[in-house]
Ligand binder design. Structure first.
Ligand SMILES: Nc1ncnc2c1ncn2[C@@H]1O[C@H](C[S@+](CC[C@H]([NH3+])C(=O)[O-])CC(=O)[O-])[C@@H](O)[C@H]1O
Ligand SMILES: O=C(O)C(=O)Cc1ccccc1
Length: 247
């Protein structure tokens, strides 16, 4: 499986197209997300550890917006079998194809992993089965803002008592100084990971129409409105955070 360094925005583009999860992105995605999202490896690994606490025997665990299945692989490293299974969902055909290859490779290296079903589907149109764990690792930010509440409401309805939604997102900050500082520090993180000013500027223009981060306050209020009883942030690195939402 070929994995390449992310140079997608390294050369000047006449017009920067809107960011899409296509084959070019799939080829560089593991490198791109590690060099762009501070704390990503820590979040992914610990998501499996967290999930193990909420997973119930004979239940379903969802990985929504699974991309190449990094979270699904972490769930399979940490959650005991006990009749559980994972449903990984993504609406990018290119992502789903490569995700299935990675999970098959994981299956060939380890025994007794949770069974996985990888679905190519739009999570906005997918009926959810009862689930003990739902992971959305940096996916809600790509959903149209006016669809987010309804989606979270359906996830809430699907969650079994004692289960949890684990939601990771890039954050926006209402306080201008806080927004400026954390944004600058995020740019420094990207520079430290080898991205040029041109790459940073072109990537920013590619994602600004398709990725709309909310504030932590908006997330908390919307999760409450969706029926979650408690929202507990468990991780923040610069402007990227992860929350546990309890039914
Ligand atoms: N409506 C939708 N339905 C299904 N999938 C969608 C939808 N909209 C976007 N996606 C998918 O959500 C994923 C978001 S990436 C998640 C990283 C992963 N969780 C990781 O932990 O490595 C985040 C990022 O790139 O910053 C992409 O694969 C989209 O195709
Ligand atoms: O690159 C960024 O600035 C981001 O905010 C995160 C990101 C990571 C991977 C794909 C799209 C957005």
């Amino acid at each position: 499986m070929s994995q390449s360094p992310d140079r997608l925005f390294a050369h000047p583009l006449e017009q920067v197209p809107d960011f899409a999860f296509n084959e070019d992105v799939v080829r560089v995605f593991p490198d791109m997300i590690k060099r762009s999202v501070p704390g990503y490896p820590t979040i992914v690994e610990n998501l499996g550890v967290l999930a193990a606490r909420f997973a119930q025997p004979n239940s379903t665990l969802y990985d929504l917006g699974a991309s190449l299945g990094a979270v699904t692989q972490s769930l399979r490293r940490h959650v005991r079998n006990d009749g559980c299974r994972v449903i990984a969902v993504d609406n990018s055909a290119a992502m789903v194809e490569r995700c299935r290859q990675y999970l098959t490779a994981q299956d060939s290296m380890f025994q007794e992993l949770l069974p996985v079903n990888v679905l190519e589907a739009d999570i906005l149109a997918l009926p959810f089965e009862p689930a003990s764990v739902v992971a959305m690792n940096f996916t809600l930010q790509f959903i149209a803002p006016d669809q987010r509440l309804e989606l979270l409401g359906r996830i809430r309805q699907a969650l079994l008592p004692g289960g949890a939604l684990i939601l990771s997102e890039k954050l926006h900050f209402a306080d201008d100084d806080e927004q400026t500082l954390l944004n600058e520090l995020h740019l420094d993180f990207k520079r430290a990971n080898g991205y040029s000013e041109l790459e940073i500027a072109q990537k920013r223009s590619a994602i600004e129409n398709v990725m709309k981060p909310d504030t932590l306050e908006t997330h908390k209020a919307r999760l409450r409105a969706a029926g979650f009883s408690k929202v507990v942030p468990w991780f923040q690195c610069l402007n990227f955070a992860s929350l546990i939402a309890l039914p």
